[in-house]
Design a protein around this ligand. Structure first.
Ligand code: AMP
Length: 492
């Protein structure tokens, strides 16, 4: 990559000024590749995840085009439409347009479910240039004739794979069908399973493809370890772990609502442990290394439970998930961001796209069944050059998930030593659980043949392979693994 500055990419002065105000000095790789192509009017297929700078990669050229072709905002009729799967992402994109466009004077609105219709209807009615929307609410407003898309010249579909996971693809197709055929389209996805590729083909015309490999370096900076623990002992272990003053800011992930609920109950009952966490808050200043903890649960219900227990015990905790109102989610994020609460319990979908600095620890209360989810989760710590810690609680039924993760990242995850380790829950020593990096590729190649996994040196019966969520996941896993492996190859 030879390009070194934003001005060399052809961006106009008001945008350069805004980037200086944001303290962006050099374009990220996706920005360096995508911005010139987009300024030239090409369609774009961006294979990139959050954290790569993809938002500026599409927002800056859109702002520049709108500015070169100014017209007064028309009620209900945006000229640029950005579709995002989650409310948090939509809000972040809206913020990005505000920041990058601050010297251009465009109007933008963010419309999404979970909040009242009226302010959104009013924003549309006042007239706007840029609309950021989640698909469901946009369709509702289209059906009520509150918004019209026949003036749209620029379309962005962000996190298309997540749209697929969340069941939004039909809505997206319906929306796109109402857009003018002559437009510039940008399509971003972290992974490209067949259904997502199909959607991209339908939406794009001779696109430029820009692919950014996941940031393996960030993951390398994270100290990862796993506690082998019986499922029934996980909550007790979490309480003990949170009692450690070092865990000053913790994010706990569980896989299911039910799981998160149970975790929360236990934490509540274990008031000593929970209060100890709170008591330790006063030490946060001295324990900066562990002051912001993100706990992942797999379900909304689970997230609620964990958070409720901690809250009743007066631990600074918040939960975010899809069932919470938008205001509650924003409030939770703000409290976590500002350090008012130390622990955030989140489900994967709600956590997607959240950009909070200074997370010291990520706790996987449940091991995710899709390996790239693990990478997304732990990538929440060790941002901006800091290091971080990822703690996973793995019961017997989750060992196959753990093996998948180790194959994907090509790194064995260290087994936590010490008092919390439950010897009975540990895999047999000769199991193929931890792979030397060089073996990993072979293991990866063999992965399609799941029954082969049943052979382990100890002769013990391995944990059954838990089912993938769907076929697309299996594919995206393979795709992601290829991308990541490429990243490792270049990192060496
Ligand atoms: P994104 O992948 O678009 O969600 O961006 C991830 C984070 O990187 C956001 O906090 C952006 O503000 C930040 N960012 C994007 N581009 C740059 C850049 N060129 N220099 C510094 N920070 C950036």
């Amino acid at each position: 990559m030879n390009t070194t500055t934003f001005s060399e990419l052809g961006l106009a002065e008001p945008l350069l000024r805004a980037l200086t105000a944001e303290n962006y000095q050099t374009p990220t790789p996706i920005q360096a590749h995508a911005i010139p192509a987009l300024l030239a009017g090409k369609d774009l297929l961006g294979v990139a995840q959050t954290g790569t700078g993809k938002t500026a990669a599409f927002a800056l050229p859109i702002l520049q085009h709108l500015s070169a072709n100014r017209s007064a905002p028309v009620p209900k009729c945006p000229r640029a439409l950005i579709l995002a799967p989650t409310r948090e992402l939509a809000l972040q994109i809206g913020e990005a347009f505000r920041a990058y466009g601050k010297f251009l004077g465009f109007r933008h609105a963010v419309i999404m479910g979970g909040v009242g219709f009226q302010p959104q209807v009013q924003a549309l009615q006042r007239g706007l240039d840029i609309l950021v929307a989640t698909p469901g609410r946009l369709l509702d407003l289209m059906q009520q004739n509150r918004v019209r898309l026949d003036r749209v010249t620029h379309l962005v579909l962000d996190e298309a794979d997540r749209m697929l996971d969340m069941g939004f693809v039909r809505d997206v197709r319906k929306i796109v069908a109402t857009l003018p055929k002559r437009r510039q389209s940008m399509f971003f996805s972290a992974t490209m399973p067949p259904e997502v590729s199909k959607l991209a083909n339908e939406m794009l015309s001779s696109p430029v493809r820009v692919e950014v490999t996941p940031q393996v370096i960030t993951v390398d900076k994270i100290r990862q370890h796993v506690h082998f623990v019986n499922a029934a002992d996980k909550r007790g272990l979490l309480v003990k772990l949170l009692g450690d003053p070092a865990l000053a800011r913790v994010l706990v992930f569980t896989r299911t609502k039910h799981g998160a609920n149970k975790v929360a109950d236990v934490l509540e009952r274990a008031q000593v442990g929970v209060e100890a966490i709170h008591g330790n808050k006063s030490q946060n200043a001295r324990q900066r290394a562990l002051e912001r903890v993100l706990v992942f649960t797999r379900t909304k219900h689970g997230a609620n439970k964990v958070a409720d227990v901690l809250e009743r015990a007066q631990v600074g905790v918040e939960a975010i998930h899809g069932n919470k109102s938008q205001n509650a989610r924003q409030r939770a994020l703000e409290r976590f961001r500002s350090g008012e609460c130390r622990v955030l319990v989140a489900t994967d979908i709600a956590a997607r796209g959240i950009d909070v600095d200074g997370i010291t620890h990520v706790v996987n209360f449940e091991i995710p069944n899709v390996p790239e989810t693990y990478v997304h989760r732990i990538g929440r710590t060790a941002r901006a050059g800091a290091d971080g810690v990822a703690i996973s609680l793995c019961d017997g039924s989750e060992r196959a998930y753990l093996r998948d993760i180790e194959r994907l990242t090509r790194r064995p995850i260290a087994v936590a030593a010490g008092r919390y380790v439950d010897a009975a829950a540990r895999p047999a020593p000769a199991s193929n659980h931890a792979h030397a990096p060089r073996q990993a590729q072979a293991a990866n190649n063999a992965q399609a043949q799941r029954p082969a996994q049943a052979k382990n040196g100890s002769g013990a019966t391995p944990a059954p392979r838990p089912p993938s969520r769907n076929g697309a996941d299996k594919h995206s896993h393979r795709h992601f693994a290829r991308g990541l492996n490429r990243g490792f190859a270049t990192a060496r």
